[in-house]
Ligand binder design. Structure first.
Ligand code: G3P
Length: 217
């Protein structure tokens, strides 16, 4: 399963990239607003750090506006994917952009039928928001399970990005279900490392080594 970082914070993206495990980045308008920097400047900087797919969101409410914005942001770097909201205007934009070879990540997906529409329009990626479904007492991962099954039934090659992931259990379940990608905040990526037995084990190994006065060089 590919790991994407869900942020526009360049320091976090650089740190995740340096770990050697980062496959891509997703941003949204809220992330972009938090940086306090011009959007193009941030997006091009991220594109230079991570060569994997980088999602930048269109913010128009009509199809033609989304298409214009998509063409513009895609001209900034070769790895940019346009995020398009799951609305009729958005799905129409995805059909137009897919014909032009522009890759779209259809965002704000909360149902399997929405995911089916995105795939039929030619979306490169679909982003079900699992954490926001959990927030309203639904089961976000059940939605991922349904999309995996539906796409598998019909050989649809739209990649599934588990988005709005909030905790390590989301990541485990995404990988077990065969989702293509999980996108996550930097803190969640770091939580994936953590196991108390790893910390205790390392502490004990090093204490024994030092006590014995050993050295490698
Ligand atoms: O970027 C889309 C999604 O991952 C947002 O997550 O935590 O704001 O629901 P969250």
């Amino acid at each position: 399963m590919k790991i994407f970082l869900d942020t526009a914070n360049v320091d976090e993206i650089r740190a995740a990239h340096d770990l050697g495990v980062l496959d891509g980045v997703t941003t949204n308008p809220s992330h972009a607003a938090k940086t306090g920097r011009p959007f193009r400047e941030v997006v091009t900087e991220i594109a230079g750090i991570c060569s994997g797919p980088l999602s930048a969101e269109a913010v128009s409410r009509d199809t033609q506006g989304m298409v214009r914005e998509a063409r513009e942001v895609c001209s900034w770097a070769p790895n940019i994917v346009v995020k398009i909201p799951l609305l009729p205007e958005g799905i129409k934009a995805v059909s137009i952009l897919a014909d032009e070879g522009i890759r779209c990540n259809v965002t704000l997906c909360f149902s399997p039928l929405q995911a089916l529409l995105a795939a039929k329009a030619g979306a490169a990626y679909i982003s079900p928001f699992v954490g926001r479904l959990d927030d309203i007492a639904h089961d976000g991962m059940e939605l991922v399970e349904q999309i995996v099954r539906i796409y598998g039934n019909y050989g649809l090659d739209t990649e599934i990005i588990v988005a709005s992931a909030r905790h390590p259990r989301h990541v485990v379940r995404a990988a077990l279900l065969g989702a293509d990608i999980t996108t996550m905040p930097y803190e969640l990526l770091m939580k994936m490392f953590h196991h108390p037995l790893t910390d205790l084990g390392e502490e004990k190994f090093l204490a024994d080594w030092e006590k014995a006065g050993l050295s490698i060089f």
